[in-house]
Ligand binder design. Sequence first.
Ligand code: MTE
Ligand code: MO
Length: 498
Amino acid sequence: MNRSSSRDGLTLLASGISAVATSFAIYATAELFVVTSFNRVLLEYLPGWFIATVIHRFGDFALEGSLLFSGVVLSVVVGAVSLAGYQLGSKVVPANPLPAGFALSTLFVFVVLFSVVREVVPVVGPSIVGGAVVTLLGGFSAIVSTDDVSTQRRTLMKTIAGIGVFNVVAHAFGLVRRSQTERAERELNDRAARLEAQHMVSQANENGFDVEGIKPPVTEIDDFYVVDINPSPPTINPTEWQLSITGLVEEELVLDVDDVREPETVHRAKTIRCLSDDIDGQQMDTAIWTGSRLMDLIDDADPNGEYAMLYGADEYYYSIPLADLESALLAYGMNGWELPAEHGFPVRVLVPDRWGKLQVKWLTEIEIIDAEAGGYWEERGWHGMGPVNSVTKIDRINRPGDHIQLCGHAYAGGRGVETVEVSLDGGETWEDATLGDALSHPDAARQWIYEWESDESDGEYEVYARTVDGEGTTQPEERTEPFPDGATGWPSRTIEPN
Ligand SMILES: Nc1nc2c(c(=O)[nH]1)N[C@H]1C(S)=C(S)[C@@H](COP(=O)(O)O)O[C@H]1N2
Ligand SMILES: [Mo]
């Protein structure tokens, strides 16, 4: 490789990376970030089962990964295109290579970005400018009009340093902006509601077992699992946000943030569990939610259909029978805080007794329809529109003195947890665990502990745990994977005596 072609290669990469960096500095990872748009297009071409498996397996991590991959691909593509444009331009107009190359390079990048993301000014604009500036600098240093080698070298070094500094600053700026959007949490501004919700949280947690390693009855917001289809939550301006109720209604309604808080305030303990949560998985948490009854709002529109199609601001959607929404909430508060961005700000739906996927975040539209119409994960092969499966989690095995203590939590949807049973002999005999207090609503997990005196002559303990729900049904033994109906089976541990 001779010097000028390696310098061209460098210009190529630098302008591509800078195009992406400029966009990142302005938008962080919000929707208008050019890589987010590109990533969305890329995801559309990948098979649904692949995305479903990857997102559900690796959660947010998969989205970060795919974003990084898209960012690298886009940087290289933009770089290559801009270089090709530059070279062509300077060849076609040899008398004026710099402006001609620059103009053509910018045009090429525009055409490529536009054909991929199709959104012109806000998305493509910053990248074009960022990339073009770098191409210009690189091109300028390439044809610096002197034969003096040391002047050429100095110009080149300055150019590289300038591009480097620009990129470091732009990326750092984007990272700061990103962490700001994620930490925009505020306490509920309705003081009475805030105090009541905070009281319920502390009450629940004070009444919980004081045992090493057990999950508290109510999860801290920062520890609450997050699953959705977005690399970062949609940015929603609460003063512009609207919720429309459309479709088969007597009267279409358009509500704003104040309207949805108008009906009576309801606080409710509710557990959410992702359909992809394994028997020993971590995608299940409980919060005290604050909101309005969803049907109070829907009834104002006088619905004439049997189903509601719920749409999120992120092109996520689910249809749910109105009958299932009878006691659903439209939540705007979580543990006494305004609903955080990651959990659906400004409002999310909470349907009792249903899987996490139906708890639509960033709700923007409720369309009343007359027939079942599936939803985002249904399109991708998952099932589970009905009640959640019962599940028993073993959080920790403690060994106080000559005892062994198991602790965990159990959830059985709206049916409630009646008993948790533990077997030490591989399922031959069962005994009841000690249950923690039930929270104020059955659709919330309950803590349990079980302790026994360890005896060396017992040999290994083959431990199983299972839940009996409020209808008297015992959690089934058969172990199945989460896909497509949700995991079933008893968790098990082999435990050595002390
Ligand atoms: N708008 C929207 N709502 C959504 C999702 C989504 O991708 N977009 N994911 C769903 C899934 S699969 C789950 S498990 C829950 C998770 O809620 P959490 O992130 O608050 O724990 O949100 C649900 N609501
Ligand atoms: Mo989920």
